[in-house]
Write a protein that binds this ligand. Structure first.
Ligand SMILES: [Ca+2]
Ligand SMILES: [Ca+2]
Length: 197
């Protein structure tokens, strides 16, 4: 059927070309239109414009630049505490929109730095969301960049944690310095990290 259709179209085109000296072969060329629009970092995408359907949008963040609202700790990293409480995934997105990511703790020194940021806030938050979860598989804790938490360089849990109490699949840090799992839809303050020292 397709071959016959193509043959008929070709014949039609030849006739058209003969009569009008115009080619209609252009109508066979399908140029895929790039209909999806990538979100602009820092701008909340509107409905249907998340960019997730467009693979080219997966390179999301602009090159990292220093921001005045982050605190810089030479040799360790740059951090910002958001005291506005958000569910874990919204916090993750908020950090990305600033060009960073939910903090990933890779050492005791970095944990202590995040605690300094938390303790500088008034009132001090008991917990902040950080960049790990076990959403893919219960008990398999990975960072938002896909690394197993036990290999990140910092894997100290608060006493009795993780306990998955009532289905807790998102990561947080307690003011006392240990990791915790909490319910992803429970709004918490959160700490973003810029990969810049
Ligand atoms: Ca869990
Ligand atoms: Ca827990």
């Amino acid at each position: 059927m397709a071959v016959r259709f193509f043959a008929v179209q070709t014949l039609f085109c030849l006739v058209s070309y003969t009569l009008a000296q115009q080619s209609c072969f252009d109508s066979f060329v399908v140029i895929p239109a790039r209909t999806a629009s990538c979100p602009t970092p820092g701008v909340t995408p509107g409905p249907g414009t998340t960019g997730n359907a467009d693979p080219t949008c997966l390179v999301r963040n602009l090159p990292t630049v220093r921001r005045d609202d982050y605190t810089y700790f030479p040799g360790i990293g740059s951090y910002k505490l958001h005291s506005q409480k958000l569910p874990w995934n919204q916090a993750r997105i908020a950090c990305e929109q600033e060009g960073g990511h939910l903090v990933i703790i890779n050492s005791v020194a970095e944990r202590d730095t995040v605690l300094r940021v938390m303790k500088a806030q008034s009132p001090q938050p008991s917990y902040v969301s950080v960049g790990f979860h076990d959403l893919y598989e219960e008990g398999d804790y990975v960072t938002i960049h896909g690394q197993t938490v036990s290999k990140t360089g910092f894997n100290e849990w608060s006493r009795g944690e993780p306990n998955n109490w009532g289905a807790e699949n998102c990561g947080s840090l307690h003011l006392s310095g240990g990791l915790n799992d909490h319910k992803c839809n429970a709004p918490l303050p959160f700490v973003c990290e810029l990969p810049i020292h």
